[in-house]
Design a protein around this ligand. Structure first.
Ligand SMILES: C[S@@+](CC[C@H](N)C(=O)[O-])C[C@H]1O[C@@H](n2cnc3c(N)ncnc32)[C@H](O)[C@@H]1O
Length: 217
């Protein structure tokens, strides 16, 4: 499949691959409606479309939303790229599957960046600024039996995601774990992460997890 990555758009990485792997294990109903939140190049959205779903792909970045549209056109797949803040563009709609590889990296800055490439990964001191909003808002957009698959790092507290999703009456579990080497972002802030007690002195890897949450049918 020919795909392009526009300058400034998150290039698919280990977390993308992990989400795609778990997506392929899902049993989608016929004519499934799927949402990909924080779509970047649309890499995850395109896989869902190849599995037969009609996909809406949202990103706060104009470039990313355009990138997802371009890749959908190149692949001739039914992916509708929308620019917007998390779930706002689809308020009032419901989905069989919601996918997200959101920003989840703990960052020295207390707020999410308003622009620039770091908007793809930085998510406040605890890495939860975007995750908490997804846990809060996604349950209402799931159809009965619908599934939320979300990636995060253990550095940003998967137990807090589980707690929030269960409080919203979803059945939520960590269904996959994968150790990945620190990339340049984590390496550059390893001192800060260590000072916050998030990593050991000599840490070189983080653990990514996939959380799967189901709205009871
Ligand atoms: C880690 S990247 C993942 C990109 C792609 N899904 C992938 O797996 O390769 C996170 C994406 O979320 C987008 N994003 C950040 N904050 C957002 C928000 N509030 N609403 C929608 N998208 C957001 C970023 O622009 C970025 O494209």
């Amino acid at each position: 499949m020919t795909t392009v990555t526009l300058p400034g758009v998150y290039s698919p990485q280990d977390d993308t691959g992990l989400l795609v792997r778990l997506l392929r294990d899902e049993h989608l109903p016929p004519h499934a409606e799927v949402l990909d939140v924080g779509t970047g190049t649309g890499a995850v959205a395109l896989v869902a479309a190849r599995l037969g779903a009609r996909v809406t792909a949202i990103d706060i970045s104009w470039r990313a939303a355009l990138n997802a549209k371009v890749n959908a056109l190149l692949a001739r797949l039914p992916v509708r790229g929308r620019r917007g803040d998390l779930l706002a563009p689809v308020s009032g709609r419901t989905f069989d599957l919601i996918l997200s590889n959101p920003p989840y990296v703990p960052a020295p800055a207390g707020a999410c960046p308003r622009r620039g490439v770091a908007r793809a990964w930085d998510a406040g001191h605890d890495g939860r600024l975007v995750l908490d909003r997804i846990c809060q808002d996604a349950p209402a957009l799931l159809r009965p039996g619908g599934v939320l698959l979300v990636v995060q790092s253990v550095l940003s507290g998967p137990e807090e995601s589980l707690r929030r999703l269960r409080a919203a009456s979803l059945r939520a579990d960590v269904v996959e774990r994968s150790g990945v080497a620190f990339g340049p972002v984590l390496r550059s802030r390893s001192g800060w992460l260590h000072d916050r007690g998030l990593i050991e002195d000599d840490a070189e890897k983080e653990e990514l997890v996939i959380i799967r949450a189901v709205r009871p049918g």
